[in-house]
Design a binder for this molecule. Structure first.
Ligand code: NAP
Length: 262
């Protein structure tokens, strides 16, 4: 299947590693002009080199923090310059800290809002004029299976990502007339640094080996393993592609069957 991404300009934030990097790699494989953004320039340059080696596609980088409105403007400008416009936006960010209700004060809630919801709002706002100028576009937000089933011990993420999902669904209706399709891709348990870190924290809290934590998790996944970043990236690339012409406002869970709700 031709995903219709050849020569399209794609911006992926929080893409120096993990799910963002895997998504950027898939777009580059499809011949898109990809811009990757995150805070650590050294990591970004390494990732750009990895993607260029794997795909032969030149990748633009921009050092930015998604919690800064100015940095968001800079990231969108960089992608527009690199690709002669902007066709696809993938909004991604780091995850808020784990913990339960009693652990967090207003400041922690505000930070989580800024990191995961306000960043998506601002990225989309900055990108829309460019997509409208192109006569359409694709937006993919990266959330979590917690949009369907809250995850114990991740109350900040559970709450804020529900907002990102509602934003995604609302925008699908509002932006359809502009030819802009908006979807979210929700990872379950994809083997990245973040997941390894969460498993370590859980093991330390329970005083058990990390392998036992992983075995408990895997027992809940019908496919019997964690997903790989490239399995996730392929789902993002399809929903963010121009082969996707009739799917909008959807939440696609990439979770090996973990969430059991209909
Ligand atoms: N992996 C999973 O199975 C899973 C499941 C559910 C939800 N999620 C969520 O999906 C997102 C990506 O997860 P991941 O597993 O890929 O995490 P990861 O491996 O830890 O990667 C996080 C990425 O985010 C970037 N980043 C963090 N804070 C940033 C900021 N303020 N501004 C710009 N970039 C920032 C990091 O780069 P720099 O350090 O260079 O900034 C890095 O590239 C997270 O929000 C995570 O909570 C993941």
């Amino acid at each position: 299947m031709d995903l219709g991404l050849k020569g399209k300009s794609v911006l992926v934030t929080a893409a120096s590693k993990g799910l963002g990097k895997a998504s950027a790699l898939e777009f580059a494989r499809e011949g898109a002009i990809v811009t990757i953004a995150s805070r650590n320039l050294e990591e970004l340059n390494k990732t750009a080199a990895d993607i260029e080696t794997a795909t032969g596609q030149k990748v633009a980088v921009v050092q930015m923090d998604v919690t800064s409105e100015r940095d968001i403007a800079k990231a969108v400008e960089t992608a527009v310059e690199a690709g002669g416009g902007l066709d696809v936006l993938v909004t991604n960010a780091g995850g808020p800290p784990g913990g339960t209700f009693d652990d967090f004060d207003d400041q922690a809630w505000i930070k989580a809002f800024e990191l995961n919801l306000l960043s998506a709002i601002r990225l989309i706002r900055a990108s829309l004029p460019h997509m409208r100028a192109r006569g359409g576009g694709r937006i993919v937000t990266i959330t979590s299976t917690s949009i369907k089933q809250p995850i114990p011990g991740l109350i900040l993420s559970n709450t804020i990502r529900a907002g990102v999902n509602a934003l995604t669904k609302s925008l699908a209706t509002e932006l359809a007339k502009d030819g802009i399709l908006v979807n979210t891709v929700a990872p379950g348990r994809i083997a990245t640094d973040r997941v390894a870190e969460l498993d370590q924290q859980k093991a330390a809290a329970k005083g058990i080996p990390v392998e036992d934590v992983q075995a408990e998790m895997i027992a809940q996944i019908p496919l019997g393993r964690y997903g790989s970043p490239d399995e996730f990236g392929r789902a993002v690339a399809f929903l963010g592609s121009f082969a996707n012409t009739y799917i909008t406002g959807q939440a696609l869970l990439v979770d090996g069957g973990m969430v059991k709700s209909l």
